[in-house]
Design a protein around this ligand. Structure first.
Ligand code: PLP
Length: 463
């Protein structure tokens, strides 16, 4: 037989051994990879061999040859993009999800994983202060969460205008306006393209990247006919961490009959912390929200979350019906009606495990701790000659500059090549910057010491 069930044990033992080595090496390992993707392809590629390889040997090969190409994204010294690590229960639960191999589309067929996801969804609504009874779906990431929510928005807003987009599509449909802030995340533009809604209308943003409420009101009032409209807001700007002002913007949008979607990929988690809750005040009055568990909650990739208040709109836009599926037509609804995937892994289970292991207090400590580390880093860097902290550090993000754009790029190159920490470059408010995101659960003062020293060394090396 070409597959032998006794191989599970040896292959999994090897995987456990290599995982342990990887986790043990993390605290001392350079964050950056030493191989390029081309180097890795040269080892892993070539023609598919005709004969197979012992599964345990496959795992040994993977571990040995992938290692130089791995970025230590789980390290407390990783500050790139907005990327969380993995809390232990989340990682272990993710292994269980692979072992169980449940195609989590139907409540009837996979009651364990569907039920665990429902429980996780309920906890998320409570933690984030979102409306009871909303649908919660587990998508790959915030990009797909945004797409899913906007599909529901499109269905509802066109339906209110007397148009069934499921039947008529967009040919001849009433014009649907979509308003976004100048500093929205680009995943919204991608979602709107997928949905056939084209390029959104852009509303001015302020120096922290927050949508300008007066400009939003003006833009809404430019359409006195109150045609179908969607307004996209943001909880957490990836350069500044800034939050839109929800009470003002949501009430302006609601007065106009608009659907309000909030992209809160990492920032929505501020809602879980009493001391940070004011950042998202009023966010619960929106209609839909996109966030990630793989960012602030530190659940392994991938784990996006979509929350939609209007259950009928979401299920009409995203769900499908087929006789062979044996669907749950009543009650909480099948998982496949909440994200645009029929077959998928039970990615809500690691979310449940992370939440259960942390408890409410642990989640609050995790989120508050990341924001405190970011504030401490900003304070310490502000004392280093040559460092400019460009944003108001209200949550987990810092944008740094070092004089000229050229110098900032040189510092960024130094940091990425050095490997003690990883921070990524970007351009914000007309300047080249070094972005810092404090998202990893394990980042502490000793990691901040290393980060400050790496930046000091980069400044010296590029003087
Ligand atoms: C504000 C915001 N929205 C959306 C996304 C996209 O998230 P994902 O990569 O999980 O699809 C990000 C990613 O950093 C983000 O910061």
């Amino acid at each position: 037989m070409w597959v032998d069930s006794s191989d599970y044990e040896r292959a999994l033992e090897r995987a456990w051994e290599h995982t342990r080595e990887w986790l043990r090496a993390l605290p001392g390992r350079p964050v950056r990879p030493s191989n390029t993707a081309d180097d890795v392809t040269a080892v892993f590629g070539g023609p598919l061999p005709a004969s197979g390889l012992d599964p345990a040997a496959v795992i040994d090969f993977l571990a040995e040859h992938a290692e130089p190409g791995l970025m230590a994204m789980q390290s407390g010294r990783f500050f790139g993009w907005v990327i969380g690590g993995t809390v232990p229960a989340g990682m272990a639960a993710d292994w269980m999800v692979s072992a169980w191999d449940q195609n989590t589309g139907l409540r009837f067929a996979t009651p364990a994983t569907a039920g665990i996801e429902e429980a996780a969804g309920q906890w998320l609504l409570e933690l984030l202060g979102l409306p009871e009874g909303s649908d919660v779906g587990f998508a790959t990431g915030a990009s797909m969460a945004n797409f899913t929510a906007l599909a529901a928005a499109r269905w509802r807003q066109l339906s209110n205008a007397g148009w069934d987009v499921n039947i008529g599509g967009l040919q001849g449909a009433p014009k649907l306006r979509v308003l976004v802030g100048a500093e929205r995340h680009e995943s919204l533009d991608m979602a709107l393209r997928f949905l056939g809604l084209g390029t959104p209308e852009v509303v001015r943003a302020d120096h922290q990247g927050r949508i300008d409420p007066a400009d939003l009101r003006n833009a809404l009032e430019a359409d006195p006919g109150r045609g179908p409209t969607i307004v996209c807001l943001q909880a957490g700007n990836l350069h500044s961490g800034a939050f839109d002002s929800f009470p003002e913007t949501i009430s302006a949008a609601k007065n106009h009959g608009a659907w309000v979607h909030v992209d809160g990929a990492f920032g929505l988690w501020a809602a879980a912390v009493p001391g940070l809750r004011q950042l998202v005040e009023g966010v619960e009055s929106a209609d839909s929200w996109g966030t990630d568990a793989h960012k602030t909650l530190n659940v392994p990739y991938d784990a996006g979350i979509v929350v939609v208040r209007d259950v009928e709109a979401l299920r009409s836009a995203i769900g499908m019906h087929a006789e062979y599926l044996m669907q749950d037509d009543h009650g909480p609804g099948d998982p496949m009606e909440k994200v645009p995937e029929l077959s998928r892994r039970a990615r809500g289970v690691p979310v449940w495990a992370a939440l259960r292991s942390l408890g409410g207090d642990g989640v609050r400590q995790l989120v508050a701790g990341r924001a405190e580390c970011a504030a401490e880093l900003a304070r310490r860097l502000a004392e280093v000659p040559g460092v400019e902290v460009l944003n108001d550090v209200v949550f987990t993000q810092l944008s740094l500059a070092f004089g000229s754009d050229e110098r900032t790029r040189a510092v960024t190159d130094y940091i990425m090549a050095d490997g003690r920490v990883w921070m990524s470059g970007s351009r914000w408010q007309g300047r080249d910057i070094l972005r810092v995101s404090v998202t990893n659960w394990s980042t502490d003062s000793s990691d901040l010491d290393i980060a400050v020293q790496a930046i000091r060394d980069a400044l010296e090396a590029t003087a």
